[in-house]
Write a protein that binds this ligand. Sequence first.
Ligand code: NAD
Length: 499
Amino acid sequence: MQEIGHWINGKMVKGTSGRFADVMNPATGEVQARVALATPAELDHAIEEAAKAQVGWAATNPQSRARVMMAFGALINQNMDKLAEMVAREHGKTIPDAKGDVQRGLEVIEVCMGAPAMLKGEAMDSAGPGIDLYAIRQPLGVVAGITPFNFPAMIPLWKIGPALSSGNAMILKPSERVPSTSLFLAELLQQAGLPDGVLQVVNGDKDVVDGILDHPVIQGVGFVGSTPIAQYIYGRAASNGKRAQCFGGAKNHMIIMPDADLDKAADALVGAGYGAAGERCMAISVAVPVGDKTADALIERLVPRIEKLKVGPYTAGNDIDFGPVITKQSKDRILGLINSGVEQGAKLVVDGRGFKLQGYENGFFVGPSLFDHVTPDMEIYKQEIFGPVLSTVRAGSYDQALKLVMDNEYGNGTAIFTADGDTARDFASRVNVGMVGINFPIPVPLSYFSFGGWKKSAFGDLNQYGPDAFRFYTKTKTVTARWFSGIKEGASLNFKALD
Ligand code: NAD
């Protein structure tokens, strides 16, 4: 059995705890490897070494750090196939989707190649007689990234790029279900010229996370995962005086107006609802057609598209639309939620519960399911299902549809499909959600903007990647400097204007 350890000081090391988590093959249901869960001593050692390495790394000029990002980006491109296979093997997503996972992470690294421009401070000369002011951005020190299973390449890259190019060292704690990609990315970074110790990958579970949250050397924590854990991590990190940004779960709605192009809307819903088996924080899980006529016409278009979807292992080739979900627990939970939807009176229009694949009977596959006539009191509406299940909530009017989105406790992404500019504009302006799509179902901002939800989808002030990330990973220091040539004034005890 393959044993996966940690990446410490530029080397792969075995774990010493004797505690392991199984890394599953979601397509077969078999254990394919086991990953070591670090001890507190292993974590402490990784942090102490990172703190030493950070001093030299921060003293390296920003352009040199950017060059490491350039070499890293080139290596990611060269290893695209290998990375995609690694992602697919542990996560179960298809190879084209896994390449997208790597690509959207790579785009953040590309922005980090221009990090020096983001790290410039502000200056004002002659703010008073002989007085200049300047504000500089300095790295926080050692920071931590704690990442979820569903984007094994993209989200670690969202953390690594901005943190390291800003001059920090990072302890990366990837999801124990998909540990290999982060370790390989660390190896590539070493090849790209990153000094040893600046990125440490420590595998583990809650014990390691708690160790990170309580460690006095860790200055900032960037978390992505489910909402209860995001809220917990934010609270504990903040009460320990750390900077924290914690991104949580989602329930993303797409409103379909009567004037929308319904074929395009149906295509968008199928891609955004079932891609990656619905295991995306920006998946659309609720369709909100406005008016029964729109709803009937939409369902009529959705059903044949959904019934055509091919579900299977990534190894079956590129015509597979989506793969298994991540674990047996996840599959059982999704099936339980579908059952609850039926019991609570929603209409199950496409039923994915009985899905079976010859040769993969023990895999964690769930067929695509579509519900109509879902109401907000039902469990399938209230919970983030994180599976290939799309719920339709019919709205009587645009205002009702908007209210539904606004009343939902999550606020990660949302979309509207319409041909009317006024409606689209009104929606984008009023909705209380962080990322909005207009005739665009998954509005993940490009890497030179920043990504983040509202309400229970994010805790903390700044978003991930883009300009916000450089603010998050640096502290501002403002210097007031005076040179005495030409100044006659003696001592003053007054607090006063500089002029
Ligand atoms: P998760 O919350 O179970 O795990 C995320 C990380 O937290 C992992 O590294 C895990 O080891 C750690 N963790 C788990 N339980 C913990 C505990 N009790 N104490 C401390 N640490 C703990 O999330 P997941 O199942 O890996 O990922 C899916 C979730 O992530 C979904 O809710 C999805 O919406 C969300 N997500 C959000 C975003 C976003 O940017 N908002 C992006 C991707 C995924």
